[in-house]
Design a protein around this ligand. Structure first.
Ligand SMILES: [Zn+2]
Length: 361
């Protein structure tokens, strides 16, 4: 048996059910616990076919209409972006903004942390998930990684740094125009701290990296393993924190700025594949976060011979409610106030679907 405990429990809910002609019937509910944090994810025998009722299907005419209406006056489009967006001082970014291929990096006008940059593609006012091609994502993620390194040097007190994305209104995007955000500072966000603390506790107990152990065990069992390329291991997480969640773990990279060109290319290729799959099943809005480990001397290695960081770079991608006129939030009491998520498509089924044609799968 491996070091990682994949716990699940089963509960029954019984009542006289109209689904069974008002006879007494029981439904089976399975609760999974994330092996690192204990976060819960629930699946139910009767809900497994109800994903469309909860998340909807994208109305692309409606999405195209919003894209057209928001094009005029958009701050991120080419005729405005160089005039109305902020610039960094030269000691942070020489020239004020970073251009990399089609991607452009500049400060967020209303920052929520000491480091809060926007990465956008000025020429792309709207993109469907399937239009985030590998080369386009490589330019955007590469620009974010480049900026991350400069930001760490310019602000040595930085303790955390992530690259995040809200795409389309149901995912929390305030701009239609696609963009990512580089987010870092001294005050570590609670969920980031939880992941770091739990990873450190695992490393103390087992003298091994949780994340290296996880990828080794998942590769060995194969159930949730999707593929591996350039040191990036793709998995469907056992207890997801969002719908159709997929993650990539880079066990050897301690921070976002340490990602090499090959790893950025591999992450871009995998991310592109996942986003195209979301669109295939009718979804359109998504979030992703590229997490890094602790900065500022707190990083540390796991204590075994590998030299692996205690918490490496991890990319997590989740689908959100589909964009349509009467879309419903997928963030209600369960997620927002109790902490937990529903599972419709199981992680094992997700891995089986994505493994097909995935590099290294
Ligand atoms: Zn625009």
């Amino acid at each position: 048996m491996g070091l990682i405990r994949f716990e699940r429990s089963v509960e029954k809910a019984g009542f006289f059910s109209p689904l069974a002609g008002m006879e007494y019937a029981e439904q089976t509910i399975e609760v999974r616990r994330d092996p690192l944090t204990g976060a819960t994810a629930v699946s139910s025998s009767e809900l497994s076919t109800k994903e469309e009722m909860f998340f909807g299907k994208t109305d692309w005419d409606h999405a195209n209409d919003l894209a057209t209406r928001s094009r005029q006056g958009c701050f991120f489009c080419p005729e405005k972006v160089f005039d109305v967006t902020p610039m960094y001082p030269d000691e942070v970014v020489e020239g004020g903004r970073i251009s990399r291929g089609r991607a452009l990096v500049f400060p967020n006008l209303f920052p929520l942390a000491a480091i809060h940059a926007v990465v956008t593609y000025p020429e792309k006012h709207s993109l469907r998930p399937s239009e985030f091609a590998p080369d386009l994502l490589e330019e955007g993620l590469g620009a974010a990684v480049d900026f991350a390194g400069r930001a760490e040097r310019a602000y040595p007190a930085t303790r955390h740094l992530q690259v995040c994305c809200n795409h389309m209104l149901p995912a929390g995007a305030s701009m239609v125009h696609p963009h990512f955000q580089v987010f870092g500072g001294e005050a570590v966000p609670a969920l980031v701290q939880t992941a770091w603390s739990c990873s450190a506790a695992f490393a103390r107990e087992h003298r091994a990296s949780y994340w290296r152990t996880l990828t080794d065990e998942e590769k060995a069992s194969g159930e949730r393993f999707i593929g591996e390329q350039a040191g990036c291991v793709w998995l469907a997480p056992y207890a997801p924190i969002g719908n159709r969640e997929v993650m990539a773990v880079v066990p050897g990279a301690a921070r976002v700025s340490a990602l090499g060109a090959e790893q950025v290319t591999a992450l871009a290729a995998g991310l592109s594949r996942v986003l195209a799959w979301y669109e295939d099943v009718g979804l359109s809005a998504f979030n992703f976060t590229l997490h890094g480990g602790p900065l500022g001397g707190a990083a540390g290695v796991a204590g075994d011979a590998s030299g692996d960081p205690i918490h490496p770079v991890v990319l997590r991608i989740i689908a959100r409610s589909a964009f349509k006129p009467d879309f419903r939030t997928d963030d209600y009491f369960l997620q927002k106030q109790l902490g937990g998520e529903l599972i419709f498509e199981t992680p094992e089924a997700i891995a089986a679907t994505l493994r097909e044609g995935f590099a290294g799968g």
